[in-house]
Every structure is written in C-alpha cells, then in structure tokens.
Design a protein around this ligand. Structure first.
Ligand SMILES: CC(C)(COP(=O)(O)OP(=O)(O)OC[C@H]1O[C@@H](n2cnc3c(N)ncnc32)[C@H](O)[C@@H]1OP(=O)(O)O)[C@@H](O)C(=O)NCCC(=O)NCCS
Length: 183
C-alpha cells in the first residue's frame, strides 16, 4: 500500500497526488461516469492538475483516492464537500472510475469507511448526499450504509433531453451510533 490514510478490507484511502490527474480526468469525461454527476462540460489534464495542486489548501473539501488493496490500483475518488465545522455537516460523494470495477463492493465499502471517518474522526453530526432516482446502484449502496431518504428534489438535473429527480439522503450521528457505528 502506498501512503494509506485509512485501511479497509478490500480497499484503502490515500491522499490525492499529481499522478491521479488521469484518473480524475477519466471520471470527469468518461460518459457512463460523468453522466451520473450530470457533468456537461469537458475537462482536460491542465484543469485536473491545477485542481490537485491546491486541493488540500482548503478545509471544506476532503477528498481521498480509493485504492484496491490487492493490486494497489487507484479505482476511484470519494470526498466530503462543503465541510462545515460549525454545523458539523458535510456532503458526501463517490465515483468508481471504470464501469468494469462497479459491483465489486468497492463503492459500498468506501461509503461505510467515509461514514466512520466522518463521525469518528471529524466529529460530524450530519452527512448528506444527492443521487439521481435512476441511479439504483448508488441508491442501494447508500441505503445499505444507513443513509435515510429525506425527500425528492424534483427535476433537479437535466440530461438526455429531460429532467431527472434526485433523492436527498442523509445520516445523522445519533443514527450512526445507535447500533454502535457501522463497520
Ligand atoms: C455508485 C457507485 C459508487 C457504487 O459503487 P459500486 O462499487 O459499484 O457498489 P457496490 O459494488 O458496493 O454495490 C452497491 C450495491 O448495488 C448493488 N448493485 C450492483 N449492481 C446493481 C445494478 N445494476 N442495479 C442495482 N443495484 C446494483 C450491489 O448488489 C450492492 O448492493 P448489495 O451490497 O446489497 O449487494 C459506483 O457504481 C459508481 O461510481 N458509479 C458511477 C458514479 C456514481 O454513480 N456515483 C454516485 C453518484 S451519487
């Protein structure tokens, strides 16, 4: 493992490095992946490198590269956005870069690892996310990790000639620890 920050069963998290620019570029341009984030504009390597350069100057954005333990391969990125240390709240996101790596359990495990990090180490009170109602895989991984559906954001995003509804989901600290924290 290369400079792991958090170690799980199949995966570990490490900080984002300049060498990860290509992985992020794939996430932002590859149609199947970017469409789940409704990204409509292209990105290039310069943009990615600029983003990575100043990434950890901010305290409201905490990203990790998800690596497969067995191979040391970088498979995706997960992050807390809009980290608010007054309200103790953050927005969660995750992307596994290659559709061939979907359904292997990486996303579910990474989600649970981020919840543990968010509640155990950052002392957050609320973690929220939004996910398209058409993204069954994501929705299922989040429900299984303990996220609760709060509501539906109607016609939240547009692509393929139509609007899509999004679920607003969250998990509170008290819910997470009710059963002793998710493993
Ligand atoms: C969403 C995403 C992070 C999930 O990661 P993953 O590694 O594919 O997820 P997992 O392998 O842990 O599977 C999650 C759940 O979805 C289920 N699943 C797998 N394929 C599925 C499918 N085609 N339809 C519905 N559910 C499916 C799995 O069985 C699993 O549930 P289970 O643990 O009860 O069996 C990943 O697919 C991804 O990065 N997609 C593109 C980007 C994206 O959608 N990000 C989220 C935007 S909010």
């Amino acid at each position: 493992m290369k400079t792991p920050f958090i170690i799980g069963e199949k995966i570990y998290f490490r900080a984002v490095e300049m060498d990860d620019a290509n992985l992020l570029l794939r996430c932002n341009n590859q149609p199947e992946v970017r469409e789940t984030f409704f990204i409509a504009f292209p990105s290039n390597i310069n943009r990615q490198e600029l983003d990575i350069k100043n990434l950890y100057d901010r305290q409201d954005y905490i990203p990790f590269i998800i690596c497969e333990k067995e191979t040391d391969r970088a498979v995706g990125i997960t992050a807390f956005h809009r980290v608010d240390l007054v309200s103790r709240a953050a927005v969660f996101s995750i992307r596994i870069a290659d559709p061939a790596d979907w359904g292997k359990g990486f996303g579910g495990e990474a989600t649970r690892m981020m919840l543990k990090y968010g509640f155990d180490q950052l002392n957050l009170n609320r973690i929220q996310l939004v996910v398209s109602t058409e993204n069954e895989r994501g929705h299922r991984a989040y429900l299984k990790s303990g996220f609760v559906q709060e509501g539906i954001m109607r016609q939240a995003m547009y692509h393929h000639d139509r609007y899509s509804d999004f679920y607003l989901m969250s998990i509170l600290r008290e819910e997470y620890y009710k059963h002793g924290g998710l493993k």
